[in-house]
Design a binder for this molecule. Structure first.
Ligand SMILES: Nc1ncnc2c1ncn2[C@@H]1O[C@H](COP(=O)(O)OP(=O)(O)OP(=O)(O)O)[C@@H](O)[C@H]1O
Ligand SMILES: [Mg+2]
Length: 283
């Protein structure tokens, strides 16, 4: 197949199906002061509007405390917005669901279960028969490069391997959407780069819609079809930047991070984020 034909497959038209729609999300928290007994309300997210397309890789960046995790929790159905709504395939999100898999920064594997049992955990609770479960688990362990580690317990795996297992578990029930909150934040930079590549490959093989939070601009440029830049608290969307690097070159070109195009995009994003980081720190 020609390189151009491959690129056409890998670079779908995002103007088609909207997978996840976010309308006018506001999130407020009530803070109770312990000493005085008074309470005050803080606005964390203010009027977030967003459309994520089927098969898109959307990365969210922004200063610490701007509400990224709060937003992802709302997408996951773990938290309810104070105002506004999220819908998936046109249906309102009203709680957690099997159409979304979540991967957190901390590995969140059960220490008393083996890798295979961790990956098959949700399937077991869904009463999927053992034979079918084993088939799915083995396929996913191969997909994330963990074949041969089925019987290892989490403490017998490296950080990178634990995160691979967490990704396999999130994929086990075949959700359409993967929600990932700084999944590679605790890893060394070499393992991180390898897993970024793996994640792009997995996305290409599975066509999942991925929403991914990171503090690393480099990671955002490498992974994203679009990057959402959030403002300092209260979090709003400052800008959405489309990343023009081709999907093919991200996987094939080992030196892409030093290419002129990559460096330019990274600089553009850094300039946008820097202002917000400075505001959030009151420098
Ligand atoms: N349950 C809660 N009650 C009160 N305030 C909360 C609650 N959860 C989060 N917050 C506040 O909301 C703000 C945003 O938190 P959030 O964890 O979403 O930020 P973040 O952008 O993910 O930050 P980081 O990059 O450090 O992970 C913070 O100021 C935090 O203190
Ligand atoms: Mg967070």
């Amino acid at each position: 197949m020609s390189e151009e034909a491959v690129e056409n497959i890998l670079q779908p038209d995002f103007n088609t199906d909207v997978k996840l729609q976010v309308k006018n999300i506001v999130k407020k928290f009530v803070i109770n002061k312990k000493k005085s007994g008074e309470s005050s309300t803080v606005t964390i997210l203010d009027d977030i509007n967003l459309e994520v397309r089927k098969g898109e890789f959307l990365v969210i960046v922004g200063p610490s405390g701007c509400g990224k995790t709060t937003l992802l929790d709302i997408f996951a159905g773990l938290s309810k917005p104070t105002e506004g709504a999220v819908s998936i395939d046109g249906k309102a999100v009203d709680g957690p669901g099997l159409n979304r898999g979540i991967v957190f920064q901390q590995y969140a594997l059960f220490p008393w279960l083996t890798t295979a049992e961790n990956v098959g955990f949700v399937l077991e609770s869904l009463n999927v028969k053992k034979k079918e479960r084993d088939k799915i688990v083995n396929r996913l362990l191969a997909l994330v490069g963990l074949s041969g580690f089925e019987d290892h317990y989490p403490h017998q795996l490296s950080g990178g391997m634990k995160q691979r297992a967490a990704i396999a578990r999130a994929l086990s029930f075949d959700p359409d959407i993967l929600l990932m909150d700084e999944p590679f934040g605790a890893l060394d930079s070499l393992t991180r780069e390898i897993l970024q590549r793996e994640l792009l490959r997995i996305r290409n093989e599975t066509n999942k819609t991925i929403i991914f939070i990171t503090h690393s601009i480099d990671e955002a440029v490498f992974l994203a079809d679009r990057v959402v830049i959030m403002t300092a608290k209260p979090g709003t969307i400052k800008k959405i930047v489309r990343i023009s690097l081709s999907r093919h070159s991200r996987l094939q070109n080992e030196d892409i991070r030093s290419s002129k195009e990559f460096v330019q995009i990274r600089q553009e994003l850094w300039n946008l984020i820097k202002e917000e980081v400075i505001k959030s720190k009151n420098f």
